[in-house]
Every structure is written in C-alpha cells, then in structure tokens.
Design a binder for this molecule. Structure first.
Ligand code: HEC
Ligand code: HEC
Length: 475
C-alpha cells in the first residue's frame, strides 16, 4: 500500500516536472516570438523605401510620433522620403507631416485622395480592438486604426502589417509587391502580431473601485465616469477610460463631429486637405464645417483608450487639438453637440435638447484633464517598472537600451503630471524626479549587479509615487 502510494507520488511528481517543462518551453517560445517581432518592427524595411514600422511608431515615444519628436530628426530620416525622393513626392504632405505629425493614408482606396491621420500608440491593443456587433458583415475582424477599418483583407491585427507595408513602405507609387516592396512571410506576421500584443496594458482598469488622494482628481473621476446629465458623460464611450462602450462592452465607432470644427487648422496650412469621412468608402457630399465638401465614409471614428492619451498629444484622428484639456473641452462644442454621438433632438439646432449636450465649466474640464493625466502617469510608472524588473538576463547593450525606454516612461509621467500647471500631487512629482536621477546613474554603471541594485531603488520610489496618487477609499 505504502509502496504503491510512493510510486504514485513519484509518477505524479514526474508528470508535474514534464508539465512544467512544457509550460516553460511555451513561455520561452512566446518571449522569443515577441523579441523576434520587435527586431522586425525596428529593423525590417521589407525591401521598400527604407522605412520600418518604428519610423512612425517610435519605441522611445510611446510607439507614436508627434511634431515635437519630428523636429529633432535629421532631414535624411526615412520618415521624410517624400521630401527626398521625387518618385515619392506624393506619398506625404510634408507641411502637415512636420507641423501636425500627420501621415497620408489611402483608407478610401488608392484611387481616392488619401486622408491625413495621426499615428496611434500601439498600447493596450488587447483591450481595445474587439469590435462591436455593428461590424458584423464587414471586413472588420479587429477594430484598428482611427476608423476601425485600417486593416486590409480579413481586417485583423495580423493583416494590418500587409496594409502598412503597402501604404508606407513602397519605392514608387505603383505599389507593386515584389517590385516596390516585399510582402511579409507568415512567420514575420506571427512575430509582429505577438510583439504588438505585448505592448502596454493587457487589462482594463476598474475605475469605480479606484479612489484618488487628490479631491480634484477624485472629482475628475466622478465627472468622467458617469452617464448622468450634468457630468462629462464620458463613461458611455470610454468605459474605465478605455476604448469600449459601457453598453456593449466592446470597441465601437461613433460620429462625434471632430471634422466639423470651424477653422479647420489643417486647411489653414494646406487648403486642399480632404475631409476625412471615417469608416467605409461611401461617397458623401455634405461634409465638413461648410457641409459642402465631399468625403468618403459614414463619419464614424473608432473609440480610443484614454489611459494612454495624455502623453500622446496632439489629439483626435487628425491631431487637431493641442492639449488634453482642449480635447476634453471639445465635448462642449457645437461640432460635438450637432453630431450623432451627442444624440441631438434636432441636429441643426445646437441648443435643442440632446441626450449628451455635455456642458463642462472650465474648472470641470481641468478636473477631468487632471484625472486623465493622473491615470496616464500611473500607467507610465507601471510600464517603466515592468521594463526595469526584466533587466536580469539582458546583455549590457540591451540592458542600457531597456533602461533608456524605462526612463522615457518615467519622464512622461513627470511631464504629464507637471503639464497641467496645477499639480495636485507634488510629492509624487518630486519622487519621480528622484527616480529619474537614479535611473541615469544605473544607465551609466558598468557592472550588472550595481545597475540592478541602483535600479531597485528607482522602482521603489516610483511605486511610492504611484501609491501617493491613490486613496484607499473616498476622502
Ligand atoms: C509612415 C508612418 C507609419 C509607418 C511606417 C507605420 N505606421 Fe502604423 N500607423 C500609422 C498611421 C497614420 C496609423 C493610423 C491608420 C488609420 O487610422 O487607419 C497607424 C496605425 C497602426 C495600427 C493600428 C493601431 C490602433 O490602435 O488601432 C497598427 C496595429 C499599426 N499601425 C502597425 C504598424 C506596423 C506593424 C507597421 C510596420 C509594418 C507600421 N504600422 C508602420 C503610421 C505608420
Ligand atoms: C459618443 C461617444 C463618445 C463620448 C460620449 C465621449 N467620447 Fe471621447 N472619443 C470618442 C471617439 C469616437 C473618439 C475618436 C474621435 C476622433 O478621433 O475623431 C474619442 C476621442 C477622445 C480623445 C482623444 C484621444 C486621442 O488619443 O487622440 C479624448 C481625450 C477623449 N475622447 C476624451 C473624452 C472625454 C473627456 C469625454 C467626456 C467629456 C468623452 N471623450 C466622451 C467617443 C466619445
């Protein structure tokens, strides 16, 4: 009996070891795939015009690019191929690229004028691309890009790469695969998908059970995460400050009227800038502020995550707004009140009763923006610490690269908390400054043990900075 039990235990233990062995193999394999994907994302030109994915989705800039970053690049950077290669002169609109960070994208087909769009960060895709039922019967498998229809073929994240190469990588505008670029292999597509899915948060926050130490930020959360009239009513389309509807719990498209703001800044710079019709390719003739322009699409754009927003200015699909405060205040505007997203009783009369004629006083705008800044800083801290907790097995060069990326996140946290002028949590900002100084020391330290010891101090300071932003219950 005892012997049998002993044998059973041995067999059980052996099975346990074998099982663990396979689990760790699988984990190692998926980490390898992510590393391979990152290498392709950063270095692979797909035999095209010299651009790579990271030409626009910069790793040290939240996987996006903006006018401030662009201003630091040499004219020889492949981002500017349209300025340097006559065969690609029509690939971009250089003034809009340099002043607004906008990229030309032929979402309505290569025979139509392209629309001009900002580069989205690639964070938290796991939480933000499951499409609502309204997309059934369309090609949208994953809701991607500013109007959800950014991916060709089956509309999946995996196929997005094929569309991005055809759009951004060609040597000439004939865009012939095999001549102007090469298509990715299946292995490359798998690796890029794994890499992109590894970026940022993989889970939604639970805002209703989060409390903030600053009464301003707490008020911002209450105004934001509600559907009651008299509040910001943001929850309906940004559940938990993510990209999902609070009714469908999925990622949908809405018409919020961003294209209908007066004095379109893009057109002031380049008059022929086309109006962006959002989802689909159907021709419409009553587009823009004048209601007289042609555009292609149903005017709907994809709901975006907001946890990651504050450090990725400018805002909206056409980068038309400078600050997070202005993006919040947009919901006070006629452009929004007259859009389908506000549910107006009479779309032609901005004063008519509408379900979401949101009105926020400047103090309330400020409170919501400070709340979004705080969420963003917390995510920066999480991400910075995650990078620094994974330094152990890296070579010196890789370790330094990873510390640099972590420092970019720490710096974002500081900038986002300071950028509002009012600083509700000054102690957190001070701790983050200290952490950044320590990270600089770790970056320059020659020995791994030293670097790891120093970095653990920075990790602790950031954790403390994070904890000071929160309160256990409502204060
Ligand atoms: C020239 C700049 C540029 C390059 C290079 C580029 N992208 Fe993009 N990317 C954009 C723009 C602009 C959008 C928004 C497109 C839209 O609205 O449909 C975008 C959107 C995306 C999205 C959707 C993100 C979301 O949140 O919905 C993914 C995924 C993506 N790109 C992946 C890639 C990959 C992979 C590569 C390399 C093969 C790449 N990009 C190369 C500019 C670029
Ligand atoms: C009817 C749905 C809806 C409501 C309500 C709504 N949003 Fe949005 N939000 C969107 C959509 C759709 C976009 C993308 C619009 C675009 O780019 O044209 C967006 C984009 C944004 C952006 C820009 C994100 C970026 O990265 O550029 C911010 C900031 C934002 N919303 C904040 C808010 C706040 C704050 C509220 C409440 C006052 C709110 N939203 C209410 C649907 C909504």
């Amino acid at each position: 009996m005892n012997k049998l039990k002993f044998i059973a235990q041995i067999v059980f233990f052996a099975l346990f070891l074998v099982n663990n062995f396979f689990i760790s193999l699988a984990v190692a394999e998926s980490t390898d795939l992510v590393a391979k994907g990152r290498d392709i994302f950063v270095n692979e030109t797909f035999a095209g015009n010299g651009r790579t994915c990271s030409t626009c989705h910069r790793l040290d800039n939240n996987h996006t690019i903006d006018p401030k970053y662009i201003a630091t690049l040499p004219d020889s950077d492949p981002l500017f191929v349209a300025e340097n290669n006559p065969a690609l002169a029509e690939l971009e609109k250089p003034q809009l690229l340099r002043q607004f960070g906008l990229i030309l994208a032929n979402l309505d087909g290569f025979d139509k004028p392209g629309v001009l769009r900002g580069v989205p960060h690639l964070f938290a895709l796991k939480t933000s691309m499951t499409p609502e039922a309204e997309f059934e019967g369309t090609q949208v498998k994953h809701a991607l890009g500013w109007s959800a229809d950014g991916s060709p073929d089956d509309g999946s994240l995996r196929q997005f790469t094929v569309g991005a190469i055809t759009q951004h990588f060609p040597k000439t505008l004939n865009r012939k695969s095999g001549v102007d670029f090469r298509l990715p292999t299946n292995e490359e597509l798998d690796a890029l998908e794994a890499y992109m899915l590894s970026l940022g948060r993989s889970e939604e926050l639970d805002l209703d059970s989060m409390f903030f130490s600053s009464p301003i930020v707490q008020k911002g959360r209450e105004l934001f995460h509600s559907k009651e009239k008299g509040t910001g009513q943001c929850k309906g389309c940004h559940l938990n400050a993510g990209a999902n509807s609070s009714s469908s719990l999925q990622n949908g498209n809405r018409d919020t009227g961003v294209e209908n703001m007066p004095n379109n800044l893009l057109k002031l710079v380049w008059k022929p800038t086309p109006i962006d019709g959002g989802f689909g390719q159907e021709e419409k003739t009553e587009c823009g502020f004048s209601k007289k322009e042609t555009c292609y699409g149903n005017r709907e754009f994809n709901m975006t995550t907001l946890v990651e927003a504050a450090d990725t200015a400018p805002f909206f699909h056409n980068n038309s707004v400078n600050t997070i405060e202005e993006a919040v205040a947009f919901y006070n505007s006629n452009a929004f009140h007259q859009s389908a997203g506000a549910n107006p009783a009479d779309p032609k009369d901005p004063k008519s009763v509408c379900e979401r004629c949101i009105h926020l006083e400047p103090t309330q705008v400020t409170a919501i923006a400070l709340f979004l800044r705080t969420l963003n800083a917390m995510e920066n801290i999480r991400s910075s610490n995650q990078l620094e907790q994974a330094l152990e097995d890296l070579s010196k060069i890789d370790r330094q690269e990873q510390i640099r990326l972590a420092m970019a996140e720490t710096l974002d946290a500081i900038e986002v908390l300071e950028g509002g002028s009012i600083i509700p949590n000054p102690k957190s900002v001070k701790l983050l400054h200290e952490a950044l100084k320590i990270e600089k020391k770790a970056l320059n330290s020659r020995y791994k043990m030293d670097a790891l010891t120093i970095i653990s101090e920075a990790i602790n300071l950031k954790k403390l900075a994070n904890d000071l932003l929160l309160a256990p219950t409502k204060n």
